[in-house]
Design a protein around this ligand. Structure first.
Ligand code: 26W
Length: 851
């Protein structure tokens, strides 16, 4: 384990003298960072130490001996940033000069995870930093742990965006990620008596060394007001938007370093600020207090990430956020990234705007507005350009997750955009009627404007109609998207639809998160796998090599010990040795079926305490849950409460001692994932078939040598195909069976009545055993399962239990288990986000890597 003390120099005053004396705050800042050659003298331990001390002295204003860990972390972050600076400037210059097509990734969320480790990896500075800090009596791991991760996303969609921009930088593809700089990211989850309590995520509080604000490049964004028609000089009717309020978007740039390739792309996140319009004289003469309140109003726009994952609340502020970042981004690209005289008729030659779900779809009417109202294009010209510039990715199948904005709200906030949407819809309906004469029902089905329950704009339809390509995120999902969510559109424009199965970045989720396994892989097949993940295939023969397997198993053990230490310090949780580590980490949602996993745990426990199962027949197992619930999602919060109560009861029961433990560390995030996933033996991917669009956690587990127990859902389907049935524990109904059961009428209670094991487990919950005798505390969860069970957990229970028995059987045979684990790694190279990016580039974006 890395030493958490200061490498034996507990007192910085006792630091060794080599190379790291404070240079004093008076030193002239002459460091030649922006011009440092890639392999120049700064790539030495001495150079690094000088730079680090310089940052500590000048930027933090402290001497090493007086510095806090936070000072040291900030100085280290800046030092690494300085190393990347020359490459960043260079990348920008070259990209500009080459006038190549750029990917504009529009995403309301980026779940980045900590930056320092990734920056060190990308710039190959780990060893130098480690040695340099040691000379200063400091420990790299301690400083890395000081970083608060920017949690600017909810879950899969936000993390996917972060993986994609990492891959594009690594593949030398020009990309600007556009999004929102939320002042508060996803809430910090705490548990109080087992219940989730949300705390604000103050990720900026201790300083944010990774960002570069550019208030000078701020952009104005308008809202509200009304529109007026007028005739231009040529007598053509045109429209004016006369907004009645506005805010400023201040860009904050972040580096997106490619892995060891010298490229550094940009992530540009927007922060809202009050404009002059809110100044006292013009806006609120004399009323200072009101003027300050108005400022707060403007700044609210980027204040907080909506913690809803999949159920849009239709909140006005959320629409403001969406338009805010999209308007800033289009304006920024057109005004600042293109040449002054660029002819926007050819905009598609310079950018492809990827819509990450429907959240940025308001960009479609915004581009139409810019082209027509500001640049004088007529409708057809503007539409021709717009439809070449957008592509749309859908990330869900849940009907309730598809955003529909009430026209009342949209019209009040963005009157011009609503007009344009109506006109787009008219054009769509005309096309539909022409293609299917007389089929008025179809026209009504396909309308972008919904009439019920209230008049609203279906953002997914708008996106589909405007986009060059529409894609789902796994093979099954894309199929269901075509067949069930957008059947009329896919019938009319079959070529528009495509699939790109998601992927994850091997840099963060294998190389960085799993150093021991990475070392073993590189020692065995060389280091090329990090940027060419299919090369993991070369590991296949080693699955039969006992020596390799032993080393593989040793890496897993090391990861488990590391996790144990993290959980002990972070949560006061003791992980027992030698257990099967069974992990379910993801957002809490009924469709993901944490309740099914919980029923399995309760059932194991129930069988032991009722004497039906001798405890020594249990495979020693620790079940780890990690999940945040949307703050307003009652059922999800109740489920968290129940999991915590079961965890407390089971873990405290001496009858289960050493055999079954349930742990639920609070505040699952990217940082914890990086420790949990490499340690896991079993990956739980148990959504109801047809509900999980893809899943990306499933890929991370497989790549780190966990075996999956899973349904035929999302990317599980492809994981199973690749790793092979023998090395994947499949259970449950498939999607057609789910549809069939739903059609014939699903009665959950019959499963309860007919299955004594299931009944006993549910009865134990109902008895109050986990709630101090309170027989009603978990009524909502239990009766929901018994009476409605929308996601058919009870129907899949027996199949799940049977699959778990197969898990135990395999686990008992250590060699067989490890062999399966090795094969999971060897056969999962497909799930690199580099491969996903290649597919987007070839089939959707038609962009080129540089050089
Ligand atoms: C509040 C509105 C809303 C609606 C949908 C917020 C967030 C969403 C997202 C679509 C939820 C999401 O993160 N979807 C996940 O996207 C991942 C990346 O493609 C997939 O792997 C997951 O299966 C999918 O649930």
């Amino acid at each position: 384990m890395p030493d958490a003390t200061l490498n034996g120099h507990a007192n910085p005053a006792e630091q060794p003298t080599t190379g790291c004396r404070d240079l004093g705050p008076a030193r002239t800042p002459t460091h030649p960072v922006a011009t440092a050659p890639v392999n120049g003298p700064l790539f030495s331990v001495d150079g690094f130490v000088k730079e680090f001390i310089h940052e500590l002295n000048t930027a933090q204003g402290v001497a090493l001996a007086r510095s806090s860990v936070n000072d040291q972390y900030l100085a280290l972050a800046r030092t690494v940033k300085n190393y990347l600076m020359a490459r960043w400037l260079d990348t920008n210059r070259k990209t500009r000069e080459a006038k190549v097509k750029t990917v504009g990734y529009l995403s309301a969320e980026y779940l980045l995870g900590r930056q320092l480790g990734n920056a060190l990896l990308a710039s190959d500075l780990n060893e130098i930093a480690d040695k340099g800090l040691e000379l200063c009596g400091l420990d790299l791991v301690t400083l890395r742990n000081q970083e608060v991760e920017p949690g600017l996303g909810n879950g899969g969609l936000g993390r996917l965006a972060a993986c994609f921009i990492d891959s594009l930088a690594t593949m030398n593809v020009p990309c600007i990620g556009y999004g929102i700089r939320y002042e508060y990211g996803i809430f910090r989850q705490t548990f109080v008596d087992g219940r989730q309590v949300e705390q604000p995520d103050t990720w900026l509080a201790l300083g944010s060394p990774w960002e570069f604000p550019h208030p000078d490049a701020s952009v104005q964004v308008n809202f509200g007001g009304h529109t007026e028609k007028y005739r231009d000089a040529d007598g053509k009717e045109r429209t004016h938007w006369l907004p009645d309020w506005n805010v400023l978007g201040v860009p904050y740039n972040y580096m997106v370093p490619g892995y060891l390739n010298g490229r550094v792309n940009t992530l540009r996140l927007w922060s809202a600020q009050a404009t002059k319009a809110f100044d006292l004289p013009t806006f609120n003469a004399g009323d200072y207090a009101q003027a300050v309140r108005a400022q707060t109003f403007a700044e609210n726009i980027s204040k907080v990430l909506y913690p809803e994952d999949s159920t849009p609340q239709g909140k006005e502020l959320r629409l403001q956020q969406q338009y805010f970042f999209v308007a800033c981004s289009l304006r920024d690209f057109i005004d600042n990234e293109l040449e002054d005289d660029f002819d926007l008729h050819h905009l598609d030659e310079r950018i492809i705007l990827q819509l990450n779900d429907t959240h940025p779809v308001i960009a479609v009417p915004e581009l139409m507005r810019i082209l027509m109202d500001e640049k004088g294009f007529d409708w057809d010209e503007a539409w021709a350009v717009t439809t070449k510039c957008f592509a749309y990715t859908c990330h869900t199948l849940l009907p309730e997750a598809l955003e529909v904005w009430p026209t009342e709200l949209l019209g009040r906030l963005l009157p011009r955009h609503l007009e344009i949407i109506y006109a787009i819809n008219e054009q769509l309906l005309e096309e539909v009627r022409e293609a299917y004469p007389g089929d008025e029902l179809r026209a009504r089905r396909m309308s972008i404007i919904a009439e019920f329950p209230e008049r609203g704009v279906r953002m997914a339809y708008l996106a589909t109609y405007a986009a060059t390509k529409v894609n789902g995120v796994a093979a099954l999902h894309s199929q269901l998207l075509r067949d069930k969510v957008l059947p009329d559109f896919s019938e009319m424009w079959p070529d528009r639809f495509t699939n790109v199965t998601n992927g994850v970045t091997p840099r963060r989720f294998v190389k960085m998160a799993n150093p021991k396994l990475s070392e073993l892989i590189s020692d065995t097949i060389g280091g090329g796998w990090v940027t060419d993940l299919e090369r993991l295939r070369e590991l296949e023969p080693f699955a039969d090599d006992p020596d390799f397997r032993a080393q593989f198993a040793a890496a897993k053990d090391w990861n488990k010990r590391r996790l144990a230490e993290v959980l002990r310090k972070r949560d006061g949780i003791d992980l027992p040795d030698g257990h099967l580590l069974d992990v379910m980490v993801k957002r809490l949602h009924e469709y993901k079926r944490q309740s099914l996993k919980l029923l399995h745990v309760v059932s194991l426990y129930e069988q032991v305490i009722s004497g039906k199962l001798p405890v020594d027949q249990l495979t020693p197992r620790t079940v780890v849950f990690g999940a945040k619930a949307a703050p307003g999602y009652k059922m999800a919060k109740d489920t968290i409460h129940l999991i915590n109560r079961v965890a407390a009861t089971v873990s405290a029961d001496p009858r289960l001692e050493g055999r079954l433990k349930v742990a639920f560390p609070a505040n699952y995030n990217v940082t914890l994932a990086e420790k949990l996933i490499p340690a896991a033996d079993l990956s739980e991917q148990i959504s109801l078939a047809g509900m999980e669009a893809s899943g990306t956690g499933n890929m991370k587990f497989a790549l780190n040598g966990a075996l999956t127990i899973g349904t035929d859902d999302g990317a599980n389907v492809e994981i199973r195909e690749l790793v092979g049935d023998k090395h994947f524990f499949l259970f449950g109904m498939n999607e057609p069976q789910v549809a069939e059961l739903g059609a014939k009428g699903y009665n959950p209670e019959s499963y309860y009545e007919d299955n004594p094991q299931l009944k006993a487990a549910l009865d134990l919950v109902l008895s109050g055993h986990f709630s101090g005798g309170d027989q009603h505390l978990f009524d909502a969860v239990v009766y929901n399962l018994l009476n409605s069970d929308r996601f058919m957990a009870l129907a899949d229970f027996q199949s799940y239990v049977d699959a778990q028995a197969r898990v135990e059987e395999r686990y008992a045979d250590t060699d067989a288990w490890t062999r399966s684990a090795v094969l999971n790694v060897a056969r999962s190279g497909f799930f690199s986000s580099d491969r996903s990016m290649r597919e987007y580039i070839q089939r959707i974006w038609h962009t080129q890597p540089m050089m």
